[in-house]
Design a protein. Structure first.
Length: 395
């Protein structure tokens, strides 16, 4: 919905300026201009005597919506390696496609020399892979990827488009949504098909994780969501499965990309792969000080896991944010999650409670973490962890 000024009809009478309760109309060169304070209440429309202000509902007709079909997954890749969240999205995308009925599950893959990656997507459940292959797409740029995917959406009209809520996905998805005039629900933790309308119901945490909001997009297509890594089940691999590769029309020039990548610097942070880990050992404020992470690292190495952390430990500067598990960090779903000295704030629980097995070690028997733990140990972690390591075989 939007309120628009028809400049040719505006007489500069300022009646709309006086009527607006939000100071959302400015006069520029004796013409009314809507600013960002507008709430689209419509009072200006009612007072304009010249028909110069109109309220555009921007509703697409049902016939237009019926032209959109299929479920798309943005196949994010970095350096020729498809990110793990893509396979989770393909697993959920298959469920959505089945519930809708008579639609295909598709992946859209951008990069340079991407042909070798298409088979991985087919084996993970994709029926069709739309490819855009160009040296200009070798590395992610907001301008380049946005233009190519926007053009592809206009050309092929998908019904649903899913992105991983990664750094790239969070940057890319809202840009595309704005260009195709649709909505976007960010950081979803659940996706369902509404049986009556076959539309998608997108669920995400709201108000600091204290409640879950369900959002739908009934009047615009495609329906778009970013999905947190680690919350959906990966699609089972079907070796040898193949599908259709469809090259998209590429209307991309170097001049379309306003940024230039001079150098890619990989740091030690890149070694942290919480979303892929089968075992995560996390430390929290209960460690007492940053030296406690020496024991956490030793424990993680012993069991063949990686190091995680609570927000309290990260905010205290004890460990880098790349290790943070939770609503404002990384959502994880390992086989075993071991929480050491973590009380269990709701934001942390939202990021790890779907782990297969949760083990909690805490001195406080009333800590909320014990409510979601499969196994709870009440005691001093500095005494408990060495005893566990004595009986846990070295990985």
């Amino acid at each position: 919905m939007a309120v628009n000024i028809i400049k040719e009809k505006c007489k500069g009478c300022t009646l709309c300026v006086k009527a607006c309760p939000f100071e959302a109309i400015d006069m520029v060169d004796k013409k009314a201009v809507i600013n960002l304070k507008c709430t689209m209440c419509g009072k200006c429309v009612d007072v304009c005597k010249f028909g110069a202000i109109v309220k555009d509902e921007e509703k697409q007709e049902a016939a237009d919506l019926s032209a959109y079909k299929d479920v798309w997954v943005f196949a994010e890749q970095r350096g020729g390696v498809i990110t793990p969240v893509v396979f989770e999205l393909l697993g959920k995308g298959r469920d959505l496609a089945t519930d809708i009925g008579d639609v295909k599950l598709c992946a859209v893959l951008l990069g340079e020399e991407v042909e070798d990656m298409t088979n991985q997507l087919f084996e993970a459940g994709a029926d069709v892979v739309y490819t855009a292959d160009s040296p200009l797409l070798k590395n992610y740029t907001a301008d380049g990827y946005t233009k190519v995917i926007t053009d592809a959406i206009h050309e092929f009209k998908p019904e649903i488009v899913l992105y991983g809520a990664t750094h790239i996905g969070r940057d890319l998805a809202p840009r595309i949504a704005a260009r195709v005039n649709t909505g976007l629900t960010a950081d979803c933790t659940r996706l369902d098909i509404i049986p009556e309308t076959k539309g998608i119901l997108q669920t995400r945490p709201a108000f600091g994780g204290n409640l879950m909001a369900s959002i739908k997009c009934p009047n615009h297509r495609p329906q778009m969501s970013t999905v947190r890594p680690g919350v959906m089940d990966k699609a089972p691999v079907q070796e040898g499965r193949r599908g259709q590769v469809v090259p998209v029309t590429l209307n991309l020039q170097a001049s379309d990309i306003r940024t230039k990548i001079l150098e890619i610097v990989k740091t030690a942070k890149d070694a942290v792969s919480l979303t892929d880990a089968e075992i995560i050992v996390s430390g929290g404020a209960g460690l007492g000080d940053p030296s406690g992470f020496e024991l956490i690292r030793k424990f993680a190495d012993h069991v063949g896991g990686v190091v995680g952390a609570s927000r309290a430990a990260v905010d205290a500067g004890w460990i880098d944010h790349s290790h943070q598990v939770g609503q404002t960090g990384t959502t994880v779903k390992p086989k075993i999650y071991i929480a050491c000295g973590i009380s269990g704030a709701i934001q942390h629980l939202a990021g790890m409670q779907t782990s297969d097995v949760i083990v909690a070690i805490n001195k406080n028997p009333m800590a909320p973490i014990f409510e979601v733990a499969d196994y709870g140990i009440v005691g001093d972690l500095y005494k408990v962890i060495p005893e566990i390591m004595d009986v846990w075989p070295q990985a």
